[in-house]
Design a protein around this ligand. Structure first.
Ligand SMILES: *[C@@H]1O[C@H](CO)[C@@H](O)[C@H](O)[C@H]1NC(C)=O
Ligand SMILES: *[C@@H]1O[C@H](CO)[C@@H](O)[C@H](O)[C@H]1NC(C)=O
Ligand SMILES: *[C@@H]1O[C@H](CO)[C@@H](O)[C@H](O)[C@H]1NC(C)=O
Ligand SMILES: [Cu+2]
Length: 420
């Protein structure tokens, strides 16, 4: 099934060049061809750079996307009317592939958002102190209708997009929106290319502070217990987010030394960000082979199979890649399902979730227009099935509402990006 989509570089190039292999002469313009800009943005597939096998899948996925766009769009000549102009598609990249300037620009823009005024009505979110907190508050308010629900992937796709847009429009970050490629850190999450004490990472572990002596309980009723890690637990003191302040939550903490807020969960509860990295989680559930399996195994070829695998099966002891990202960082607020976006590592983690979905969508047949699940977390309390016509409401984060059906493709609806 998949082999049909496995292409060689030359086939890929033939599509990018719209069938013409002739290299342009020195004065020849490339601008008339829809896929030329993609060609400029995409170097030919380089096997030596494909450390985990995902790059090849990425090229295969982009080829599919280019074919689809071509079919929809006058054989690839000229930009599509409205929506995403494929020639202007933005490319999201692995943190490793950002320039130093972009790494700095990205973390600075996040810090900038934390200095801009919040838009939530203080009567609704008394604890928000910044635009950054708007994002955290929105996630907290909707937690139980956006996780283990039909809209988990769509909602978070749009949420990532709005955060990317805010970094750009409100804080001037024009660089690539990065993802954290989990497999790269599965044998050692810290220090690693993304989590380290330097200027060009997303900060390191927390200082050591004794915590969770019996391990970390995940899910209601100790569904899964992560073994004790003799590190972290305290405040993060290194890197761009040294002494980063978290104002909201936690609601369902996993760090025993930080209790849940009492009373209004949206009250002001300022505290330092803490982390407690877990190599056990990273190495058990976040390897590249776990990821390839999730994307390629026919067991997960339906939206239900894919979502369930990605989200894990805690009672059976399987954490899944999504939760593994959160709990391999751990601490507060990353260990709290509700206020996790309070740790800036949330963004590259969920961008990777979106990347995995992007790859999965394009590497099979008919994977866009299906949803599975109900409106409530694990269907508690029981609710109806969600549909493609249900709407996503981002409250104070963005006034623009979309239906689920408009959020299925990264090159349609509000979106115009791909992953490399
Ligand atoms: C850890 O487990 C031991 C043995 O069951 C128990 O006595 C102790 O109270 C537990 N500690 C915490 C903090 O839960
Ligand atoms: C973080 O806070 C601690 C404790 O107040 C302080 O000693 C340290 O200098 C601060 N670090 C940075 C980078 O601001
Ligand atoms: C909801 O979806 C499930 C799974 O697809 C299906 O079995 C069930 O019949 C649906 N319920 C309704 C009321 O359509
Ligand atoms: Cu979430």
């Amino acid at each position: 099934m998949l082999s049909r989509w496995i292409v060689t570089t030359s086939i890929l190039l033939s599509i990018l060049f719209d069938g013409s292999f002739a290299a342009p002469g020195p004065k020849e313009s490339l601008s008339g061809n829809t896929f030329n800009l993609l060609k400029d943005k995409l170097p030919p597939y380089d096997k030596s750079k494909d450390k985990d096998g995902l790059l090849k899948l990425t090229y295969t996925a982009i080829e599919k996307l280019a074919k689809d766009a071509k079919a929809k769009n006058g054989n690839g000549k000229g930009p599509k009317k409205g929506g995403c102009d494929i020639t202007k598609v933005k490319i999201r990249r692995d943190w490793a592939d950002l320039s130093k300037a972009d790494k700095k620009g990205y973390t600075n823009a996040i810090k900038c958002l934390a200095t801009k005024p919040q838009r939530y009505d203080p009567l609704v979110v008394p604890g928000a102190r910044s635009r950054y907190d708007d994002f955290v508050a929105l996630h907290m308010i909707q937690t139980r209708s956006i996780h283990a629900t039909f809209n988990f992937l769509h909602w978070h796709r749009y949420y990532m997009f709005l955060f990317e847009k805010a970094l750009d429009e409100e804080c001037g970050y024009k660089g690539a929106f990065p993802y954290w490629n989990w497999g790269t850190t599965s044998s050692q999450i810290y220090p690693s290319y993304i989590f380290n004490d330097g200027e060009y990472g997303l900060s390191g572990d927390g200082e050591y502070e004794p915590h969770n002596p019996n391990g970390t309980e995940i899910g209601v009723g100790e569904l899964l217990v992560i073994p004790f890690e003799p590190n972290g637990g305290g405040c993060v003191r290194t890197g761009p987010f040294a002494n980063w302040t978290v104002n909201l939550g936690p609601v369902a903490p996993t760090l025993d030394i930080v209790p849940a807020v009492v009373g209004d969960p949206l009250q002001y509860n300022p505290r330092c960000m803490r982390r407690a990295f877990s190599n056990y989680v990273a190495s058990t559930w976040s390897t590249s082979s776990d990821l390839l399996d999730l994307i390629l195994n026919p067991l997960y070829s339906t939206i239900r199979g894919f979502q369930n695998r990605l989200s894990g099966d805690f009672p059976s002891g399987y954490l899944g890649q999504h939760a593994a990202g959160h709990f391999s960082i751990g601490g507060d607020p990353q260990g709290d399902l509700y206020s996790a976006p309070g740790d800036p590592a949330f963004w590259p983690h969920h961008t990777q979730v979106d990347r995995v979905w992007f790859l999965w969508q394009l590497l099979g047949e008919d994977r866009f227009m299906h949803v599975d699940g109900t409106l409530t977390f694990a269907n508690i309390p029981p609710s109806r099935n969600g549909t493609l016509d249900d709407e996503v409401d981002m409250e104070a984060v963005s006034p623009v509402k979309y239906k689920i059906r408009d959020l299925v493709s990264t090159v349609d609806g509000p979106f115009c990006y791909i992953y490399l």
